[in-house]
Ligand binder design. Structure first.
Ligand SMILES: Nc1ncnc2c1ncn2[C@@H]1O[C@H](COP(=O)(O)OP(=O)(O)OP(=O)(O)O)[C@@H](O)[C@H]1O
Ligand SMILES: [Mg+2]
Length: 249
């Protein structure tokens, strides 16, 4: 099993420290290797909390989280960065503005790594960015290009899992479809598994093998695209699919 989450519970304390917000309530699911997991659900349903826990950016209260059969907190720091890489919604915040993109990309590789340039070129080709950009600075790129560079940098670690929290959200439609194509290419490559959150149900259906639908910290539905499309018994799932259908008209 690639990821195994059992009875995961996470509460946040509000600033006053009195009230706790149940962000995840006894969440359990598993995903096999080489399957793309799409996570959808309304705002505040716990999506970011879940992926932040998977990438060790956030602790949890109870339950267990394993990757490749191993407790995520048993991984060493370096080992974990080769296992899970995360990209975020805001591509503007993901690169140090003072460093050239080439420098930031090479930092993702081990210091003494011999063929750095070739490895970088390889990943740039995968995300469709020309190789003459290494001396440029982040502000010289569009949001969509920066998101592609962020994906290239994450892939330089050759991670088992690439996690993306709403990678399309701040991008125009053209950039969104480019990133969708890149995800499909990564999926075909079969080296890196993808877990991504999106509000865009059609891209979730296009890229994912399995879909996890969260609502209010609970799993409403988890299954293959066909499972989800064919099960019209759940009102919430129905609403999401109808909304997607209407958008496509
Ligand atoms: N650091 C925090 N402190 C307190 N409450 C938080 C914190 N982070 C998240 N929450 C609360 O936990 C719940 C789940 O939040 P989360 O960010 O996981 O939702 P989400 O599904 O990613 O929403 P969105 O689609 O808006 O990004 C929400 O009620 C949110 O207000
Ligand atoms: Mg979120």
């Amino acid at each position: 099993m690639l990821i195994s989450v059992k009875n995961l519970t996470k509460n946040y304390k509000t600033e006053s420290g009195k009230v706790t917000v149940g962000a995840l309530k006894d969440v359990s699911f598993e995903i096999e290797k080489r399957k793309v997991l799409g996570i959808i659900g309304e705002s505040g349903s716990g999506k970011s909390t879940l992926v932040r826990i998977l990438s060790r950016l956030e602790n949890f209260d109870s339950g267990s989280v394993e990757i490749n059969g191993k407790d995520i907190y048993c991984f060493g720091k370096k080992e974990f960065s080769r296992t899970v890489q995360m990209i975020f919604q805001n591509p503007y915040a993901s690169f140090n503005p003072k460093l050239t993109v080439g420098y930031s990309l090479s930092e993702a590789l081990e210091k003494n790594c011999k063929n750095k340039k070739e490895l970088i070129m390889n990943k740039l080709a995968l995300v469709g960015i020309d190789e003459d950009i290494l001396d440029k600075y982040p502000h010289q790129f569009s949001g969509g290009q920066r998101q592609r560079l962020a994906i290239a940098r994450a892939l330089l670690k050759e991670p088992d899992i690439l996690i993306a929290d709403e990678p399309f959200a701040s991008l125009d439609a053209v950039s969104q479809s480019i990133i969708t194509d890149i995800f499909i290419r990564i999926k075909k490559d079969k080296k890196t598994n993808i877990v991504f959150i999106t509000h865009d149900i059609s891209s979730a259906f296009e890229i994912s093998d399995k879909i996890l639908i969260l609502k209010n910290g609970n799993i409403v539905k988890y299954g293959t695209i066909d499972d989800i499309k064919n099960d019209r018994t759940n009102d919430y799932v129905n609403e999401l699919i109808e909304a997607d259908y209407l958008l496509e008209q």
